[in-house]
Design a binder for this molecule. Structure first.
Ligand code: COA
Length: 190
């Protein structure tokens, strides 16, 4: 099959490319594999049960992208979506964005998300001139915290009792990296 337009190689044949409303059937199939694994850690609106639900998620992102807001990218292993990364928020005027991620269980532990988020950060800082990239997760989401730290982000503090899941409340941690910190950490930078 010819490779798709606008895709970037991540590793092991897995590519990153924009997720659009017409990908709803593949996204719904992926959601069937990912649902139980991601539900405690991502916003409830993201965890859908039907193709129409999947399409609504992708349409929400498409509408935001058309306004230079949020964006979503799938990690594709051939014709199968195995996870993805997104700009949860993107404010070019203020130079601030937030990145997020998810994987289905079989894709965990391969370094796919760290590499993909690094690509989003590179685009945000280099091409879009952003000043600050944020990461927010439950404080007990150790795999998510590890990604923020691997990417050179700093913890800015904990939003106490600000995440609700299954009738319980959890703390949320905010991480960020500033443009100058990202520049300084790049190979070859002074
Ligand atoms: C958060 C989540 C995406 C992290 O997945 P992950 O696989 O740990 O993250 P990465 O894709 O960056 O992979 C890093 C892991 O791959 C390993 N790895 C293997 N090959 C690698 C390579 N070539 N390069 C880098 N890391 C590699 C790393 O050692 C690390 O594993 P370790 O933590 O056991 O040491 C995943 O746990 C998930 O989907 N959770 C549920 C949804 C969620 O929490 N989303 C985030 C909400 S804030």
């Amino acid at each position: 099959m010819p490779s798709s337009l606008f895709e970037t190689a991540v590793r092991d044949g897995v590519v990153l490319k924009p997720l659009e409303p017409w990908h709803a059937p593949a996204f719904a199939e992926h959601m069937d594999r990912a649902r139980d694994h991601i539900r405690p850690w991502v916003g409830p609106a993201f965890v859908t049960d039907t193709v129409e639900g999947a399409r609504a998620t992708l349409q929400r992102y498409a509408t935001a992208t058309a306004r230079d807001g949020a964006r979503i990218y799938g990690l594709w292993d051939g014709e199968r979506i195995i996870g993805g990364v997104m700009f949860v928020a993107f404010d070019a005027g203020w130079g601030i964005c937030e990145v997020g991620c998810w994987l289905e269980p079989g894709a965990v532990g391969r370094g796919l998300v760290t590499r993909s988020v690094a690509l989003l950060m590179e685009w945000a800082f280099e091409e879009r001139g952003m000043s600050r990239v944020e990461w927010r997760c439950r404080t007990d989401n150790l795999r998510s915290v590890a990604i923020a730290r691997r990417l050179g982000m700093r913890s800015e503090g904990v939003l106490r009792s600000s995440w609700v899941f299954d009738g319980s409340r959890y703390d949320k941690e905010v991480f960020s990296i500033l443009r100058e910190e990202w520049d300084a950490a790049r190979p070859g930078s002074r």
